[in-house]
Write a protein that binds this ligand. Structure first.
Ligand code: GDP
Length: 500
């Protein structure tokens, strides 16, 4: 594949084999090939093992989907021979959805289940069909998926199975079961990560995966899964590899991404992404000060000295859908302490937020001051939605476009504990600099304002702590999941645990 920047991706590193027929399912999907040429980090290469798993999955998906009346099978809880299914359903915003979707896919690969997504979640309008010859969308609406979630939580099955095992009776498995892994999960739900629980789930033909979490770190606690994960992802970049394969924005979104990338990011010498996810929808000037303190403290943006009083605003695509970025063409200052490489460089900043004032504030700082080595800083706010409007298509498209634009930056500053940011730095394979304040609390700018976190992938925020797994022996307790395995550790400043 030769990408938009003429970058060549060797055949043995392509997640999708480029065939003459291309993808038979769905429409054209330019991002599937082009996006790989825009991600900067080339240290991460898919292993031959993982590519083999993908090819085998594609064949299995096709065999279990094509020529079967899935709707009837789903309703009756029946399944063709050697086929079991995992139906993903949406929960919360797009970041939450995408991290849980990638987790579901990894789980499907580990358990040889076929991943399907509900029609109601509407992801088919935002992402391309990922599998080459058969769709991943459940043919019709899944009736009462939310209702089923309450009725058929796997915790209930687990309790019954324990009882049946204790009485020496064979375990009778249900045909449908819901795995609920969210911040509202109960201790029973968390037993999903027990090896014995996974043995039970092997008997259930139709599993529903309902989650807003990046649960992959938890999968390492099942020894069989751990061995496979280590073989497929020796670099531990699970989200990056699985996400780069699975997630390709549809052409409408990709067009938007490419227009912005080409006009604003491509011409720059260096691209910086800043993701602002304030819990309050109100504009808070203190957050702008926090952003600037962080950008200067981390050295990602050049410091500005004396004011020059120029008037300027940041550009926002909300005004004319393709505005001209603001330029800080501050002249003539010796680049005393700056490296020659940075003198005169053009830095492009993509700042995503629900409020455009943050991009305006950052641009203003560069319009009014001098940068130390005559750098040119342009700031773009690709969208400014004002508030979260999950479910509205035009809003969702912009959210996805924003995440992908961030992921194409050379370096990132992001908001801790935001799954929106997780998708961006997870795809990029960048360990971001994160603000040293959960929720960007607006009283003061903390010292230090931000630090580089320790994990390039998403974190499992609401992960299990002390958890007993009775089926695995009475004394079994995974203990503190953050210290129990070398692959899984606490995420610095982000909360939760990640894969390292
Ligand atoms: P989280 O709540 O930060 O973990 O991220 P989610 O993506 O799950 O939920 C936040 C939602 O708010 C997004 O999916 C968008 O709908 C909206 N949103 C938040 N920040 C932005 C942003 O910078 N750009 C856009 N376009 N939407 C945003």
């Amino acid at each position: 594949v030769v990408g938009v920047e003429g970058k060549f991706i060797p055949k043995d590193q392509q997640y999708h084999p480029l065939t003459e027929k291309g993808n038979r399912v769905g429409k054209s999907c330019r991002s599937r090939y082009e996006q790989h040429c825009l991600w900067k980090s080339s240290n991460f290469r898919p292993t031959a093992e993982f590519l083999g798993v993908l090819r085998s999955y594609e064949e299995h998906h096709s065999r279990c989907v094509e020529g079967h009346d899935l709707q009837t099978a789903l309703d009756q809880g029946s399944a063709p021979k050697d086929c079991q299914y995992l139906i993903w359903n949406d929960l919360d915003g797009k970041g939450n959805q995408l991290v849980s979707l990638v987790s579901a896919f990894v789980y499907a690969l580990l358990t040889r289940r076929v991943l399907l997504i509900t029609r109601e979640a509407q992801l088919q309008h935002l992402l391309c069909e990922p599998f080459p010859s058969s769709s991943w969308v459940v043919p019709e609406e899944v009736p009462h998926v939310r209702h089923r979630a309450k009725e058929a939580r796997h915790g209930t099955f687990y309790a019954r199975a324990l009882n049946e095992t204790a009485q020496g009776r064979p375990v009778t498995a249900p045909k449908h079961l819901v795995c609920f892994l969210s911040n509202l999960q109960k201790p029973d739900d968390l037993r999903f990560f027990c090896p014995g629980e996974q043995k039970l789930l092997e008997k259930v033909p139709w599993l529903f995966f309902w989650s807003n979490q990046y649960s992959v770190p938890g999968l390492y606690f099942v020894p069989g899964f751990r061995a496979k994960l280590n073989a497929w992802f020796p670099d531990r970049a699970v989200f990056l590899h699985a996400g780069r394969y699975l997630l390709s924005p549809r052409d409408e979104i990709w067009l938007r991404v490419m227009r912005i990338y080409t006009a604003h990011m491509a011409p720059a010498d260096r691209r910086v992404g800043i993701q602002i996810r304030a819990w309050s929808n109100e504009y808070k000037p203190i957050i702008t000060r926090h952003i600037l303190s962080c950008a200067w403290f981390s050295g990602l943006l050049p410091n500005v000295s004396s004011a020059r009083g120029a008037n300027s605003t940041s550009s926002s695509l909300e005004d004319d859908d393709m505005a001209t970025p603001v330029e800080d063409d501050v002249a003539n200052r010796d680049a005393e302490d700056f490296s020659a490489a940075r003198a005169g460089e053009r830095v492009s900043v993509v700042l995503t937020s629900l409020r455009r004032e943050y991009a305006e504030g950052v641009a203003e700082a560069f319009a009014e001051g001098r940068t130390e080595a005559r750098q040119t800083v342009t700031v773009l706010s690709p969208s400014a939605e004002g508030e979260q409007r999950t479910g509205r298509m035009s809003h969702e498209r912009k959210a996805i476009a924003d995440m992908w634009l961030l992921s194409f930056a050379d370096d990132l500053i992001s908001t801790p504990r935001s799954t929106f940011g997780y998708v961006a730095h997870g795809l990029a394979g960048i360990r971001p600099i994160v603000f040293n304040r959960y929720g960007l609390d607006p009283d003061t700018v903390p010292d230090p304002p931000c630090l580089r976190t320790n994990v390039p992938g998403p974190c499992f925020i609401d992960h299990p702590h002390q958890m007993s797994c009775p089926l695995d022996g009475p004394a079994f307790d995974i203990g503190d999941s953050a210290t129990a395995l070398p692959e899984v550790r606490h995420c610095l400043l982000q909360w939760g645990v990640g894969v390292f």
